[in-house]
Design a protein around this ligand. Structure first.
Ligand SMILES: *Cc1c(COP(=O)(O)O)cnc(C)c1O
Length: 402
């Protein structure tokens, strides 16, 4: 290993293991240590230093060793030039928007996104900072094209989208962005770079909540923006050093460790989610299943062109039942935990009721309440048996029938 770098000439799994790691020069350890210091020794005459620089060791808010190791790995896994890692996925989203946008700019964004992206672009940036924003159903690129204005600076999409799993065509939307002098950012959290690499498909930025699949163990938060150095230097200066959403070295180290097994975990998530989605689709008590890996899914055709080898571990489904029966179903689950978040090792389910403020933006089949289900890496048979006994317990399946 030594000082060898593990770049794009290596396979994904080799990069997930080796990139960003090296022999520690001090101890000879074959895993780099955690550097928890806040501050670093200054040169003899520090007076001419740029106190906002990120590339030198000055102060950990400006950047630290464990953050840089993780950035090196994620840039290479996403196929981008450079990466900034921040304290959470939302810090990455707001950091990207804060650095790129100014008063009078226009943004087009997916109508179905993570709630904080919706808040940032539908309420905060427009109302507080005078950024014009237009929310469109980006599953049809023609809606994006129609929303473009002369001052459109950014298109932001999420695919598959949280929580409806709606799929948008990254290549087609990148083309629209670039023909109109705009930039495209893609929230890649649901797919992870194992299944989808937006930059290779033409996007300018890939944004990830590292809290989800990349860490994978449900015990550390982080976020990443991958893209061209030119923009990422701005993001580092404006959104890290001056907004201060720096990741802790310990969390960067945990995520670095978790990310080693990303390819193994994603293979299992992909396989389990497809198996569970197909099983759910056959249950008479289930009203619908949204998963881009299903042939029946409206996003399947586009997903096949941009997601490989699989479609991720998250699906949504509803029951042919009332509000309280959805809650009763969850109360009977033993293997699957009722909790928010996704992309953890364990299966997580959350009931999203009928009163979500974004419901008017969701397809109609989502209007009677539904579950977002992050299928874990347990044995698929145990996940299915758990779902089956809970369906039986609320009278939505007959005992012993598949
Ligand atoms: C969870 C999530 C985020 C936010 O990430 P945090 O790490 O919780 O801040 C952003 N986008 C998507 C799609 C997510 O699922």
């Amino acid at each position: 290993m030594g000082t060898h770098t593990f770049g794009p000439e290596y396979g994904f799994a080799t990069r997930a293991v080796h990139t960003g790691n090296d022999i520690d020069q001090d101890s000879g350890a074959i895993k780099r240590p955690i550097t928890m210091a806040n501050s670093y020794a200054l040169p003899y005459d520090p007076s001419a230093m740029n106190w906002s620089a990120s590339e030198e060791n000055i102060y950990t808010r400006n950047g630290g060793a464990n953050q840089r190791y993780l950035q090196e790995k994620l840039a290479v896994l996403e196929g981008g030039e450079d990466c900034v890692v921040l304290a959470s996925g939302v810090a990455a989203l707001s950091g990207l928007f804060f650095a790129l946008l100014k008063q009078g700019d226009h943004v087009v964004f997916s109508s179905v996104t993570y709630i904080a992206a919706y808040r940032l672009l539908n309420e905060l940036f427009n109302n507080k900072f005078g950024v014009e924003t237009t929310l469109v159903d980006t599953t049809d690129p023609r809606n994006v094209e129609a929303a473009i204005r002369p001052n459109t600076r950014l298109i932001h999409i999420e695919t598959p989208g949280n929580p409806t799993l709606m799929v948008s065509d990254i290549r087609a939307i990148a083309d629209i962005a670039h023909r109109n002098g705009a930039l495209l950012s893609v929230d890649n959290t649901f797919a992870s770079p194992f299944n989808q690499r937006p930059i290779e498909l033409g996007a300018d930025f890939s944004v990830e909540s590292l809290t989800k699949y990349i860490n994978g163990h449900g015990d550390a938060m982080g976020g990443a923006i991958v893209g061209k150095t030119e923009y990422l230097d701005q993001i580092r200066a404006q959104s890290q050093v001056n907004l201060g959403a720096t990741i802790s070295p310990f969390n960067a180290w945990l995520i670095m460790r978790g990310s080693v097994t990303l390819p193994l975990r994603m293979r299992q998530h992909n396989e389990n989610a497809l198996t569970v989605a197909r099983w759910l689709e056959r249950q008479p008590g289930v009203s619908f299943v949204a998963y881009p890996g299903l042939e029946s899914d409206p996003g399947h055709a586009v997903a096949k062109t941009q997601m490989a080898p699989g479609f991720g571990g998250v699906l949504s489904f509803g029951l042919r039942a009332d509000h309280d029966t959805h809650n009763a179903f969850v109360s009977h689950l033993k293997v699957i935990t009722s909790a928010v978040s996704l992309g953890h090792d364990e299966s997580l389910i959350v009931f999203l009721g009928e009163d979500d403020e974004r419901q008017y933006l969701f397809p109609e089949r989502f209007h009677n309440g539904f579950f977002r289900f992050s299928v874990g890496i347990e044995d698929a048979e145990d996940i299915i048996a758990d779902l089956r006994q809970a369906l039986e317990a609320v009278g939505l399946a007959e005992p012993g029938k598949d």
